[in-house]
Design a protein around this ligand. Structure first.
Ligand code: T1G
Length: 692
């Protein structure tokens, strides 16, 4: 099927792009677009050209899947520079998303008309790149260097209204977008004065080079680990000092360098892994999800309130249910406070605040769940309590309603067994804060029906989450691997490391926070209670809890928190406590290098990930990476633990794990069978994914 077709209407050529699913600019589409525009330009009966697109979006950008492969002509810069040779007006009619190369195509036009829901942006930085088809040269000339740089450095698309305000589009039309673009093309043809974007000179608008340099300095400070921000600043700076052609040559050279950079390869891998994770074995892609028009949340604590906010944010009416009026009131107050703070921060309008609050209602008693299409239980992590709740919900909820539990590690099958509808029971494991964290582990019970799974995934995406289907085991995927890291972190303290050394090793690796700063932030008592329930011992963490050092909320945990301080400082009392614990356990303390700390924390997690794959708890290595990238702050430019293991080489990982197991006499540290098999075959987890 042709990806581009031309029709004519009263002397206007309409070039329509049709390349599902998102009109990504692959080689065939680039060639078709160049040929169509060239043909229209040469046609004496044509006085202007409109470029439009079919399907859900304008153009999603260059075909990310092509990067790293031998370039296939015509290159996108050549296609767009070809527009510059056209002496007839070219107008872009933009609906849906004009992102990356898609917006660059539109910038090569003489005018741009957008629909009201259009999104326009240059998100290449999120892939570790910079725009590579003239965006860094044309956008500053169109809207000013500083606003252009900010838009590209943040990579967040602008709404149609914002794009109009910035000057990226000439008009936003509620009515017939194509007709509006044709009218604009006619007007430009009649006016006879054509200005190519490359010839505009608004670089000095909005504060000029000084404002741009300030924005560049701020962006560089925010992301020092990534080379593309510096490259972006150099490219935009060139608009002040170089001719367009030279600036574009600099942009292209830096873009090509970045495409070859491992950090960009990891980010592109994560892009596709996230989309791949929505594919679930046994759930055909066209499985219709059950309609979710009304939700209920059981429990209005921190998690329950956060989950209710997710529903309201997605425009889904939600009933919050508690056991007493007082607890309910406290929960509803959490929700209104969440919105009030967002308004105060300027990230939510008062109208939106009112609209979302109006979607939230509250009731006492489980009977209030009777009308809900989905009920999400977010009660205390106690199996008896959950099975009691689900037994009642089974009687109260309407036929076909989905009963979901937000448990973070309990057995979803046991919870499902408390109902007569196990096929409609699922786990929806939100991560705290539920309305902020993107990850949603969708826990598949043994009897969960395919359409219920499809509903979990679809609902996750409606809530703005990244849904990943996982199987039933203690801790599912993320927390099960985290438990390994926690155990090893405790062990490192006993062997001689200090909390700030362990935390610094992981932040040096790329995590925003280290394990002990996170524990102090979350509070040590939750894990302490879990350990006691399981009869587990963590000598250091237990000693801290017994001493009342429960973390930031107690003013001290692994660190000391001077009055009101947000970050902890080293505490000699903790270091003395560590010495006592090591002595009691007969361990001679030693200084542990950061490199060993990272290996000791990360490799056991990877090993647990191998067990998780072998048991079928995760469908593919990429799913595990998506979980750690979106739920636990794994550094995005490292692509996730399983991809990181492949980059190290599983032979090396296996050798180090063997050494750790031998040094500790701890068989569970030895390489898992799957990791051993892959290492012996000279393979990586990526080979496993390909084989499945
Ligand atoms: N290339 C290849 N495939 C893409 C793609 C792209 N740019 N965008 C989406 N897909 C696939 C995706 O993998 C999925 O495939 C299907 O389309 C639907 O995607 C030169 C260098 C446009 C907002 O970063 O943000 O241009 O799983 O599930 O939720 O300067 O896709 O169905 O087989 O996300 O409706 C810059 C990336 C590229 C935008 C639509 N552009 N895409 O969201 O659908 S670099 C981007 C998106 C570039 C130039 C530079 C979103 C979307 P499958 P989806 P959606």
């Amino acid at each position: 099927m042709d990806k581009v077709r031309i029709t004519a209407q009263d002397g206007i050529a309409i070039v329509t792009i049709a390349s599902p699913p998102v009109n990504a600019l692959d080689a065939a589409l680039r060639a078709g677009l160049a040929e169509a525009v060239g043909r229209a330009a040469a046609d004496p009966d044509i006085r202007a050209i409109v470029i439009a697109a079919e399907g859900r979006t304008f153009i999603a950008g260059a075909d990310i899947g092509e990067f790293g492969k031998p370039p296939a002509p015509p290159s996108l810069p050549d296609v767009i520079n070809g527009f510059d040779a056209v002496t007839k007006p070219i107008v872009a009619a933009i609906h849906g998303a004009a992102l990356g190369g898609g917006l660059e195509v539109a910038l090569g036009c003489h005018a741009r008309i957008a629909g009201p829901a259009a999104k326009l942006g240059l998100p290449e930085v999120k892939l570790g790149l910079i725009p590579g088809a003239g965006g860094t040269q044309r956008l500053p000339r169109l809207i000013g260097a500083a606003p252009a740089f900010k838009l590209m450095a943040e990579g967040t698309p602008a709404s149609a209204a914002e794009a109009l305000k910035l000057g990226i589009v000439d008009a936003v039309v509620e009515t017939d977008l194509l007709q509006a673009a044709i009218t604009k093309a006619n007007d430009l043809a009649a006016a006879g004065t054509l200005r190519r974007t490359r010839d505009l000179d608004r670089r000095s608008a909005a504060g000029g080079q000084e404002a741009f340099e300030q924005a560049a300095a701020a962006a560089l400070k925010r992301d020092p680990a990534l080379p593309n921000i510096a490259a972006l600043a150099d490219a935009v700076r060139a608009t002040f000092t170089e001719r367009f052609e030279d600036g574009q040559a600099l942009e292209r050279a830096r873009f090509v360098e970045l495409v070859a950079d491992d950090r960009s390869k990891a980010l592109r891998y994560a892009f596709f892994a996230e989309r791949e994770s929505a594919r679930v074995a046994g759930v055909p892609k066209d499985t219709a999800p059950r309609p979710i028009g009304q939700a209920a949340v059981i429990g209005a604590g921190t998690m329950g309130a956060g989950i209710a906010v997710c529903f309201a944010n997605a425009g889904i009416p939600v009933t919050v249910i508690e056991t007493t009026a007082e607890l309910l009131a406290r929960g509803l107050d959490r929700i209104t406070q969440t919105y009030a703070s967002a308004v105060k921060r300027g990230s939510l309008s008062a109208e939106e605040e009112a609209r979302r609050n109006a979607l939230v209602s509250g009731k006492v008693g489980l009977d209030a769940a009777a009308e809900a299409d989905i009920v999400v239980e977010a009660a205390f992590e106690d199996m008896d309590l959950k099975t009691e709740i689900f037994g009642t919900l089974d009687r109260v909820a309407k036929p076909g309603a989905i009963l979901a539990t937000n448990t973070s590690y309990l057995d979803v099958d046991r919870i499902a067994a408390a109902t007569t509808r196990p096929d409609s029971v699922i786990g929806l494991h939100f991560f705290s804060p539920a309305n902020i964290m993107r990850l949603l582990e969708v826990v598949r019970g043994a009897k969960t029906a395919p359409d219920v799974l499809a509903t979990g995934i679809d609902l996750g995406r409606r809530l703005g989450k990244v849904p990943v289907v996982v199987g039933v085991c203690r801790g599912f995927v993320g927390n099960r691997m985290l438990a390994r890291r926690t155990q090893e972190a405790e062990r490192l303290l006993i062997e001689g490391a200090l909390p700030h050394e362990v935390d610094a090793a992981l932040t040096g690796f790329g995590f925003r926070m280290g394990p002990f700063a996170v524990s102090d932030l979350a509070g040590l008592d939750i894990a302490w209670r879990n350990r006691k329930a399981l009869g587990q011992v963590a000598p250091v963490a237990d000693a801290l809890c017994e001493a009342g050092r429960l973390g930031q909320k107690a003013g001290r945990g692994y660190y000391l928190y001077p009055e009101g301080a947000r970050s902890g400082v080293r505490d000699p009392e903790v270091e003395a406590l560590l010495a006592r614990v090591s002595a009691r356990l007969g361990v001679t303390r030693r200084t542990i290098p950061a490199e060993e700390i990272v290996e000791r924390l990360v490799y056991p997690m990877i090993n647990e990930g191998a067990r998780i794959l072998d048991e079928g708890i995760a469908q593919r290595p990429g799913d595990i990476d998506v979980i750690w990238l979106n739920g636990y702050g794994w550094p995005a430019w490292r692509g996730g633990p399983m991809r990181y293991a492949d980059s190290i080489g599983l032979t090396t990982v296996a050798e180090r794990l063997e050494a750790f197991a031998a040094a500790r006499g701890e068989p569970s540290l030895a390489p898992a069978p799957l990791l051993r098999r892959l290492a012996d075959a000279g393979q990586g987890f990526a080979d496993l994914a390909a084989a499945r």
